[in-house]
Every structure is written in C-alpha cells, then in structure tokens.
Design a binder for this molecule. Sequence first.
Ligand SMILES: [Zn+2]
Length: 135
Amino acid sequence: MKTVQEKIAYLRGLLEGSKFYGDDAGTQAIWEQVLAIFDDLGRSVNVLGIGLDELAEYVEAIDGDLMDLEDEIYGEEEDEFIEMECPECGEAVSFEEEFLYDDDVQITCPECGGVVYQGDEFFDSDEQPEDLDFE
Ligand SMILES: [Zn+2]
C-alpha cells in the first residue's frame, strides 16, 4: 500500500503535468500551498500512527503486569483443604489438597505424630539403614 507521502508525490506529478497547475506563479503558489498542507497532514498521521503503536505496546505490557498483580492479590485459586482421619488415633487432620500431588511429602498427625499421608516417593532420612555393607 502506498503511503500518504507517495500519493501526494504522485498527485504533484499529475498536477504539474496538467492544465490545472496553471502557467502563472500565483496559481502554482496556491497548488504548492495545498500540496504542502497535504504533506504536513500526511506526516502528522504517520507520527500519530507510530505513537499509537508504541502506546498500544505499552498498554499491553501494563495489562500483563496488571494481570500478574491481580493473581498476586486475589490468588489464582483458593487453596483447597482436605481432611483425613489419622490411622493411629482417629484425629481429623486437614491439609492443603496440593500436597496430594507431591510425591515426596509426608503429612503427620499433630496429635500423635502418626503418618496420615505419604507421597509415593517420600524418603525419610531417619529411616535410612545405618549399616550399609559395601564389600
Ligand atoms: Zn494421630
């Protein structure tokens, strides 16, 4: 697509080759003035367009930051709590559901210390066999 400047240059060429441009300096001065105004307007529109692009980019960045901030303030989702019964003493123990998706976590009963939930890959360093024989 042609820019406004290119269209004005083309129009100038057409004018100068036509009878409208006139033979006298007075008529030509009027056309020059009209073309100069078009040219100014064209440049202004280009500058506005560039400014608008920058502004749009900036607003997009602010929007992204705002979304992060909203997540931070309101939380992405409420933490869900679940309740399990301690197999040792029957105490109801509640903990964040998130822990269920952790493989290396262990939930113990606050009453008796019994293991309420243990992830598949939980490794208790206290239960490590102490005497390893490498022979
Ligand atoms: Zn217990």
